[in-house]
Design a protein around this ligand. Structure first.
Ligand code: KIV
Ligand code: ZN
Length: 516
């Protein structure tokens, strides 16, 4: 019988690694660092920051996240290749609590087709890689890729071998989202009873959502003996995604009768983190998504509304406040001073440098002039918009558009490029098209537009628009964000932000290739 702590579930967040593997969900270094800090503040136990050997960018992300995260464990993924393990160890060197996470496939199909290895070779690779990882760091996780389609005898041998070599966590991924909840529970129970040294490691589950069962399977894994759950914010991840952190945590919190466990997650941070991840990745959260969808706490039918007014428990199994969804609070108006603004930012969890504060304050004043009521969400959108503008070879100066039902629609755009102002006027198929054509004329690139998405920050026709623009160049995608009460200005800001990020990316990969 396992001597693991029975009632506490460690939350391992892999938004920055598996989440980033969603096509189009690329995040830059600053964004990853911001997300990591927010995850740590929310109480995530382990943050998987990347796959150090995958690219110089991933190495840097693991390294930078390792520098800023103090309480949570920081993990880097690694194959069993010894050079991978060393790179993971190097990237994690600044971490207060590093973890090397090693993965190799154990199913007959993956071993034969993908690895082209015999089972004995796989076992040897587990021994060699985990032993090296333990030399580099005390905390080593070993994952059996495609575990749910692996033969039980072999899976048990692999887990036992990994623990003997020094693994402290054994992770059982449902890599292809194939398992059913009953299978998963039985699989974990089987491992608990058959792996002789299982009490020396924490058992972990990592479920994908191909059949929409990732959360159900993760909860079943806990019942079967898992004490660590790997998941992502908003459930983003490869294909149909990973188990959603917020759903697992709220299921445990809401149903202590069925799930008598605890997590360290401060659930009132859930809405904020969900919003941050969706803004950064450009992956909108579907309206009816559990916990964080726009309609998760909205009641439309008359009967429901009547019940809610009499007693919220009639139709609400958890409160909106418990996930950090509060009534939008009115912030300051146009007469508010810089000091009050700084205090407000602090309340919202932002500490800006003097220059950024100055610029954001200026934009707040302009917004307060235009908009009757300025809400917390407006301030967050403004700050997010300002924070993403750290590196700016291209700056938005001004835009005039002509639009409406009698064409032609035109955009007259001024941008500052490397300190010099340029203007271009263009026609287009609508004002957005005209504005984007003007950007391309002023700064031609080979990058192609993959996504254009608009979201209203608050309600009302004077709401700020928050726009995401996704560009693709040489197979790499970049998301740019922009916010403004004018949707077309927000769109141009988002496009310009994406271009600036693209230039940073180019500079990192080829310092010489700085021209458009
Ligand atoms: O889905 C999977 O198998 C993984 C492993 C790397 C843990 O993401
Ligand atoms: Zn995965």
């Amino acid at each position: 019988m396992s001597t693991q702590i029975r009632d506490h579930i460690k939350i391992f967040d892999t938004t920055l690694r598996d989440g980033e593997q969603s096509p189009g969900a690329s995040m830059n270094l600053d964004e990853k660092v911001r997300i990591a800090k927010t995850l740590e503040a929310m109480g995530v136990d382990i943050i998987e920051a990347g796959f150090a050997v995958a690219s110089p960018g991933d190495f840097e992300s693991v390294q930078e996240v390792s520098k800023v995260v103090k309480d949570a464990v920081v993990a880097s993924l690694s194959r069993t290749v010894l050079e991978d393990v060393r790179r993971a160890g190097q990237a994690l060197r600044p971490a207060a609590r590093p973890r090397i996470h090693i993965v190799i496939a154990t199913s007959p199909l993956h071993m034969r087709v993908k690895l082209q290895m015999e089972p004995e070779e796989v076992l040897q690779q587990i021994v060699d890689s985990v032993t090296l990882a333990r030399d580099l760091c005390d905390d080593v996780e070993w994952s059996a890729e495609d575990a749910t389609r692996s033969e039980h005898d072999f899976l048990c041998r692999c887990a036992e071998t990994a623990i003997k070599a020094g693994a402290t966590t054994i992770n059982i991924p449902d890599t292809v989202g194939y398992a059913m909840p009953d299978d998963i529970q039985a699989l974990f129970e089987m491992l608990c009873s058959r792996v002789p040294n299982i009490d020396k490691a924490t058992l972990s589950a990592h479920c994908h959502n191909d059949l929409g069962l990732a959360v159900a399977n993760s909860l079943a894994a806990i019942k079967g003996g898992a004490r660590q759950i790997e998941c992502t914010i908003n459930g983003i991840g490869e294909r149909a995604g990973n188990a959603a952190l917020e759903e697992i945590v709220m299921a445990i919190r809401t149903r202590p009768d069925a799930m008598p466990y605890t997590t360290n997650i401060e659930t009132t941070d859930i809405t904020k983190v969900s919003k941050l991840v969706s803004t950064v990745t450009g992956f909108a959260v579907q309206n009816n998504k559990a916990i964080v969808g726009a309609n998760a706490f909205a009641h439309e039918s008359g009967i429901h509304q009547d019940g809610i007014l009499k007693d919220a428990k009639t139709y609400e199994i958890m409160t909106p406040e418990s996930v950090g969804l509060t009534e939008s609070s009115l912030v300051m108006g146009k007469h508010s001073g810089r000091h009050a603004f700084r205090e407000k930012l602090k309340d919202l969890g932002y500490e800006l440098g003097d220059n950024q504060l100055q610029d954001t304050f200026k934009r707040f004043k302009i917004l307060a002039d235009k908009k009757k009521t300025v809400f917390d969400e407006d301030i967050v959108a403004l700050v997010d918009d300002e924070v993403v503008r750290d590196f700016q070879r291209i700056k938005f100066i001004s835009l005039q558009v002509v639009c409406g039902s009698t064409g032609p629609q035109t955009a007259d755009l001024s941008l500052e490029i490397d300190g010099e102002e340029f203007t271009h006027k263009c026609e287009g198929n609508g004002p957005i098209d005209a504005a984007f054509r003007a950007i391309k004329a002023l700064f031609p690139t080979t990058a192609s537009l993959q996504l254009y998405q608009v979201h209203a920050v608050t309600r009302g026709t004077d709401a700020q628009a928050e726009v995401t623009v996704r560009l693709e160049e040489d197979g790499k995608t970049i998301n740019g964000q922009g916010a403004d009460p004018d949707t077309i200005v927000a769109s141009v800001r988002a496009y310009v932000n994406a271009l600036n990020k693209l230039l940073v990316k180019r500079e990192k990969t080829a310092p010489a290739a700085l021209s458009a």
